[in-house]
Design a protein around this ligand. Sequence first.
Ligand code: NAD
Length: 579
Amino acid sequence: MQAPSGIYERYRGRPILKLIEEGYYKPWERLRVSHIRGGGLHVRSQSWQVEGPLRMLFHVLDPEVARDPEHLIVYGGTGRAARSWEAFEAIVDTLMEMGPEDTLVVQSGKPVAVFRTHKMAPRVIISNAMLVPKWADWEYFRDLERRGLTMYGQMTAGCWAYIGTQGILQGTYETLAFAAEKHFPEASLEGRLVLTAGLGEMGGAQPLAVKMNGGVAIVVEVDKRMIERRIRHGYLDTWTDSIDKALDMALKAKEARKPLSIGLLGNAAEVYPEILRRGVVPDMVTDQTPAHDPLSYVPAGMSLDEAERLRDENPGEYEKRSLESMKMHVEAMVEFQRRGAVVFEYGNNLRKMAYEAGYRDAFSFPGFVQAYIRPMFEEGRGPFRYTSLTGDPGDIERLDDELIATFKDNRRLVRWVEKARRHVKFQGLPARVVWLGYGERARFGRIMNTLVKLGEIGPMWIGRDHLDTGSVASPYRETEGMKDGSDAIGDWPVLNALLNTASGATWVCFHHGGGVGIGYSIHAGIGLVLDGSDESMKRAELVLTNDPGLGVVRHADAGYEKAREVGCSRGIWMPMVGC
Ligand code: NAD
């Protein structure tokens, strides 16, 4: 999908911060936005509740944020922000025209209507990639996509809620910290070697997250440009195309207990078995290649150009080779586990693909949510993220201080904020992500809105990943192995989207196929704009309470004791859960 001439050119090399500085987009003069520190806000747009989604749309497609902005691809294989450039233009134009009581309806990346609703209603509602269950597979989806009828929105791409690699950095950091606490006596990755693969938008967080936990990482990546990009962004230290050299560097650093990250140019399906053959067993093994989509995963034995050609000319053959490679990849991971490594799948459906390719032992190792994240979900804890809509890094700094002061007893959170301040480079609008639980999110939202009202910070956007406590049904990932067997129950994300709509989120998104691919997940997301008004205080209070609240309820309903305790002790009304 090439941008029609002119449209992309208007944005190329003009990241969101530049657009804001220059005063804006197309007939940009119509919509000049200025933020005057201390003196309140002077906005010539209709409302920040409309301005927020507009800026976030530009933000997710900022060249520093998106993987392939020219094709509207934000991350995760082909996760898009809009269906086509025409649809993108129409969304921008519509948001610029809309009034504060209008609601824009977006069907898989295409704006289809604006309806008059009311002030507290969402300004945008979005549904991406939904298919009737019987038809929900990649083949059928791709046919519809080719015919211009749908779009793959991944989790946050089509919900305009992606914040670059930081979003996943924190989740990866926490997951690895949990895994280290669970498996290693020193409760850290110091002196440990982690083998993984994929340096894409999500996977690119892995090397830095390992280092932040004190460990040594080898990350196998098939595309040299992705390795270079990660080095440029400060997420990766060094690289090589030699397995021996990578192992040599890694084992020396491990011995010296010196954190180090190494990109290894190669195909994971070939490199993992090679490392086994050399008799090296890493302490931890995982993977973040785009296994959710066999047409994005690069099969073994092919150059990138060859893969590209085969993908175009014979997608069926490509998929076959891809699945065979994933089988080799997972066989090696299972063997690492047999030899004593801690092995887990990192949310890309790799085990299921290997299983489909005929490897019966593919599910020998667990998924990361079941193994490490679920206890956090039980308390309604999840990835709370925000950006400064005026592009001011000082606002994030101010809120970092506020986070540390407000949650000073939460050592894990304080440690993360301190490390993030040092290590995270902002991409697009300055952003921060922290995992906050039920009660904590609403509390911090109130603090943020008050600071906006006082003019101490500019208007803020709050959102979250769809990978969250009450917003997703994904039986090979977030809802794998639920206590009551309710893994595939899809009501919860639907209820989440409905509840957030009723609670007044600025925008609400409902998606299919994020993370693990078409047919395997459904999930919901939100955007919330805090403009310092009483109205946005009310939106914050309701959304930031009810959204994680439903996660607590979902887990209490499934029989998780901690969730029941949290729900009962904090007064969530759950008619059929005995409190
Ligand atoms: P991406 O498409 O941006 O990047 C994937 C990377 O893997 C690319 O750089 C590609 O060159 C590389 N690659 C492809 N095949 C390879 C192979 N055989 N060997 C080595 N490298 C290979 O994807 P992403 O956004 O980084 O996501 C990666 C996977 O993680 C996806 O399946 C995604 O759905 C899943 N995901 C995980 C989480 C999570 O929380 N862990 C969240 C969202 C998505």
